[in-house]
Design a protein. Structure first.
Lengths: 353, 330
């Protein structure tokens, strides 16, 4: 029987295995060795590897990112952890000006093998400064790699690849994925950076999604299947390098493209997906491509407002119906099917974050 | 100190002076097509600090890095070629004056965003401690950098973990055209701030090479003994404009007499006079040294001018490291 692990356990196992085989790997971040251990992703590691390799840090995101970069330039392989993407904004200078550029601007002589883990919040009143995604920002910068794993299997395999990679990798973990379960083999295995994943096969429409939106897309696809629409769901997995070929192949089969990305609309990665496909496979489109994103607004806190803010399966189903010219009345909407409020991942979630 | 070592200090300072004067002379020719920040007048800090370091030790620097690079043993030909944007440059023409590097000399790199290399130096010191490398790290920073958050964050962490890093502040009184009194309170004292973070701090005349040397050696010895970081501040003065080859006192942001007073305290000339007075350097020797340096500079400039441009395929090379090489390539 295959082993099932929680997403957070898969992350912890990846870190543990990499620390076991490479003494240069170390973990640092605010709260890394505390009792909650970054949502359970770092618990027990300090007991095993000691305070020199598993460290808490001062609340100095910019300086500590620079410190991690300096240690990476000189032979260590840091895993820097932030409990929210929002906190990492204090370190954008070091990420963009240094981590992304040292290899290039010194003619390839040095490199920065650094992983920066950041959690994305959503729902439950996370508000304007606890829920941003910003993957498009990171993907915009040459020199960075950007990873958004969806399944526990990929979380482990992509994290191992990220730690072993010689480049700075932005590793974005969605809080609503942390408590999901999935098959995770034991031991070291790698999921290569730069390859998407077909999460579901279908012939009628390509839904290309990032991070947690892949799960919402799969929920939408189940509903759509009931009325005979079969969606091809592509999990982007790594935004940089971007596996545009996989989406192009899918669009050539389906003739339709819906990009789903929980980031602001203007300048979003969803826009990048659509532009790439327009350039690559324009002739295959049977209808104009569309995107589902966050509205161009900061995240509201009230549950009453966030139901209009976050895209969920219901919005995906609705968009697909419009693109396929199918009356929406024929489809039972997923949030009704699952009976859950829109600001929690499932009924087990009771806050606070 | 032996005569030879003293002569060596003089030689190093003079060499930096002559290299930068050469850059100022060549710059209007429009062949050096990148911003240059000359450190004419500030040579003693670079030479005095680096004299106590080995090639195993690392130095990181900022936008005004030529002196640090040369004092640490950076290759002169590769530096000129870099300024000329040639593929033989120390960064293959991808860096320019503001991104010098020479790993074989232990010059880990320089970048112009103020204070950016301070935490990187702390990280290199973290590696040194983690891997028991007994390597000392020096980061050169201007007094403007002490206004950045990264400076304070770095000092805090370095002291917390007792890291072998030395923060060398060159206080030249101006950030571009902005004097200290519009940027820092009169009551502020960076040495006191450093002590507040839990490290020793010292201050001295940055135009006196022997004073610099003495403080630097004390800090280096401490780092090597595992006694943690040190902050040292040296007062000094940039003669030329913030960026570019010219003098800019005509702009009125600083007084001509202030400039002339500092010029009187030229670190190179004052040390030369001292060596002459003590009978450690003759006119003939000075001539010989100048000739030797002049020849070396001519060779480096000729090398730069005759070197090939980077090929178009280098544009998209080195965006990502392609194989695992564990940090610094060896």
């Amino acid at each position: 029987m295959t082993r099932q692990l929680k997403y957070v356990e898969a992350i912890r196992e990846a870190i543990n295995l990499c620390m076991e085989v490479d003494p240069n790997v170390y973990v640092i971040g605010e709260g890394v060795p505390d009792p909650k251990g970054i949502f359970g992703t770092t618990t027990g590691l300090q007991q095993k590897y000691g305070a020199e390799r598993v460290l808490d840090m001062p609340l100095s995101e910019d300086g500590m990112t620079g410190m991690a970069i300096g240690s990476a330039l000189t032979g260590l392989r840091p895993i820097l952890t932030h409990q929210r993407v929002d906190f990492a904004l204090l370190s954008m200078n070091q990420i963009v000006n240094n981590a992304a550029k040292w290899h290039y601007m010194f003619g390839g002589q040095t490199c920065v093998p650094l992983v920066i883990r950041m959690a994305i919040g959503m729902g439950w009143g996370q508000g304007a400064q606890h829920s941003q995604s910003l993957q498009a920002w990171f993907a915009h910068v040459p020199g960075l790699k950007v990873v958004m794993p969806v399944t526990p299997y990929d979380a482990k395999g992509l994290l191992i690849s990220s730690i072993e990679d010689d480049n700075p990798v932005i590793f974005l973990e969605h809080r609503w994925l942390h408590n999901t379960f999935g098959d995770v083999p034991e031991g070291i295995y790698r999921v290569p950076l730069g390859q998407g994943r077909i999460a579901r096969r279908g012939k009628d429409i390509t839904i290309a999604a990032t991070s947690y939106m892949v799960l919402e897309s799969l929920r939408a696809a189940e509903t759509l299947s009931e009325v005979g629409i079969e969606a091809d769901v592509v999990d982007i997995r790594t935004l940089k390098p971007f596996d545009s070929a996989m989406i192009a192949e899918s669009v050539q089969r389906t003739g339709r493209l819906l990009a789903v990305d929980a980031d602001w609309k203007t300048g979003s990665f969803a826009g990048e997906i659509i532009t790439s496909m327009v350039e690559m496979v324009w002739g295959s489109f049977k209808c104009p491509p569309r995107r589902i994103t966050l509205p161009d607004s900061p995240t509201p806190t009230s549950a009453a407002l966030s139901r209009y803010y976050y895209p969920r399966a219901v919005h995906i189903v609705s968009a697909v119906c419009e693109m396929m010219q199918i009356p929406k009345e024929r489809v039972s909407l997923p949030h009704e099917t699952f009976g859950i409020p829109l600001d929690v991942p499932d009924s087990s979630f009771t806050g606070p974050f | 100190m032996e005569a030879q070592a003293l002569q060596q200090l003089y030689y190093q300072m003079l060499r930096i002076r002559m290299v930068e004067e050469k850059i100022a002379e060549l710059y209007p020719g429009q062949e050096i097509r990148c911003p240059v920040h000359l450190s004419t007048g500030e040579e003693a800090v670079a030479v005095g600090v680096c004299a106590g370091l080995s090639s195993e030790d690392y130095v990181l620097s900022n936008h005004r890095s030529h002196a640090h690079y040369l004092a640490k043993g950076g290759n002169l030909r590769a530096m000129f070629a870099e300024l000329y944007g040639k593929v033989t440059g120390c960064s293959m023409g991808k860096g320019g004056s503001m991104h010098l590097v020479d790993l074989s000399a232990g010059f880990l790199g320089a970048v112009p965003v103020v204070a950016n290399t301070i935490p990187l130096a702390v990280g290199a010191a973290f590696t040194s401690k983690q891997k028991n490398q007994e390597r000392t790290i020096v980061v050169f920073l201007g007094e403007g950098a002490t206004e950045e958050g990264a400076f304070h964050e770095s000092m805090n962490f370095a002291a917390l973990h007792s890291l072998p890093v030395i923060f060398v502040c060159e206080n030249n009184l101006y950030s571009v055209y902005s004097p200290l009194n519009v940027r820092q309170s009169k009551a502020r004292d960076n040495c006191v701030i450093a002590r507040g973070y839990g490290m020793e701090s010292f201050r001295d005349n940055g135009n006196n090479i022997l004073a610099v040397l003495e403080l630097a050696e004390r800090a280096i010895q401490k780092a090597r003994n595992g006694e943690g970081p040190t902050f040292v501040e040296f007062s000094t003065y940039r003669w030329r404009e913030h960026c570019g080859p010219n003098y800019d006192n005509n702009l009125g942001y600083r007084a001509e007499h202030e400039f002339l007073e500092w010029k009187q305290r030229c670190p190179v000339i004052s040390f030369e006079q001292r060596l002459r007075r003590d009978g450690l350097l003759s006119d003939a020797e000075i001539c010989q040294i100048k000739e030797r340096i002049g020849t070396e500079i001519e060779d480096a400039v000729a090398f730069a001018k005759s070197s090939p441009w980077p090929d178009e395929n280098l544009l998209l090379a080195h965006i990502y490291a392609e194989r695992r090489i564990d940090g610094v390539a060896t």
